[in-house]
Design a protein. Structure first.
Length: 339
């Protein structure tokens, strides 16, 4: 019913038949002439219809060939009724989709090139340092104290590279949706408690006071290990930028819509121009630790987003920084591909 050309042809065929029947009724002696005229009329109509249809199909074929050659700016749409018009619109939609996919592929290639460049840069420095110190260790005239110092430095650089490689692998898995987050009930109190354990020594050395408070019954649904990684990376950032005798405060609450974890420090704060780039990979702000790689916060954000959450930062230079993490309540988390 959507093919107006076919409908028109059928209507014309009915009209031809009615006219010939009338002529046959009034002039019965020439009935063979009228039947022949009817056949010629219908056949001519079918041939004209078929020729026009093939011409439009040929235009579509030419359009597809030009699309294949990369001419994505072509517009084949028309606003008439008919099967071919519908087909043209669908092909145009497909073309737009191809353009979007092509742009995404180009963007992915650029991102991959930039990522490889960043990774190469991050690995180049420790590798060069290890190579130089390894050459020096071969010297027989090297003092024992220096030898031990070089060995410790090599161990430090190797650990840094190991952490970088492991973090990059985790990020790659998250990007590829190759992680299946567990959906277990997690106590926020226990999550925060475990997140603070690695920082007990640095807390004592820098005399940083840590206050923790919140709803003891607050719970979220997710993967404990991955959320522990995310929260630990954020806490680590706070410890690195909090001066001696400072304090860090962690609060957690829940309501009907989401669970919130707030991590506050009274450190040096973040420059306003650095805030929009804080969660970008390999980004290092003006006050970044010299040993920082710039991947911990990016990893934390990816994990939180994967748990149907969000993270927001408020910071004032010289006053401190506040990280606000929200994990929204849903019936089921978005399924991910298993690793």
């Amino acid at each position: 019913m959507r093919n107006l050309e076919l409908i028109k042809m059928c209507v014309r065929g009915v009209l031809y038949t009615m006219i010939i029947l009338l002529l046959t009724y009034y002039f019965p002696k020439e009935q063979f002439l009228w039947i022949g005229l009817l056949s010629v009329s219908i056949l001519s109509d079918v041939l004209i219809f078929t020729k026009a249809r093939y011409r439009k199909i040929s235009q579509l074929s030419d359009y597809l060939c030009r699309i294949y050659m990369g001419e994505y700016s072509l517009d084949v749409r028309d606003y008439e009724e008919g099967e071919l018009s519908v087909l043209k619109s669908e092909i145009y939609k497909l073309t737009l989709r191809m353009v979007e996919q092509n742009e995404l592929l180009i963007k992915d290639k650029r991102y991959l090139a930039d990522a490889l460049s960043d990774i190469s840069h991050q690995l180049k420095t420790p590798l060069t340092s290890i190579s130089v110190m390894a050459d020096l260790l071969e010297s027989d005239q090297l003092e024992e104290d220096k030898r031990l110092d070089f060995a410790r430095n090599i161990h430090t650089q190797v650990e840094r590279m190991r952490w970088l490689v492991i973090s990059l692998l985790k990020l790659s898995k998250l990007d590829a949706n190759a992680i299946e987050f567990k959906q277990e009930i997690i106590s926020l109190k226990e999550l925060v408690k475990e997140s603070l354990k690695p920082f007990q020594i640095i807390s004592e050395l820098k005399n940083i006071e840590v206050k923790v408070g919140g709803d003891d019954y607050a719970e979220c649904k997710g993967d404990f290990s991955w959320l522990l990684e995310a929260i630990s990376n954020i806490i680590k950032n706070c410890f690195e930028h909090t001066n001696t005798n400072g304090h860090i405060e962690i609060n957690y609450v829940q309501n009907a819509l989401y669970l919130q974890i707030t991590i506050i420090d009274n450190g040096e704060g973040i420059d306003e121009e650095d805030l929009p780039h804080l969660f970008e990979r390999f980004y290092k702000g003006k006050n970044a630790n010299p040993d920082s790689i710039g991947i911990g916060l990016a990893l934390a954000k990816q994990i939180i987003i994967g748990h149907n959450g969000s993270i927001h930062v408020i910071s004032e230079k010289g006053v401190g920084t506040r990280f606000i993490i929200k994990l929204y309540k849903v019936t089921e988390m978005s399924p991910k591909m298993s690793s």
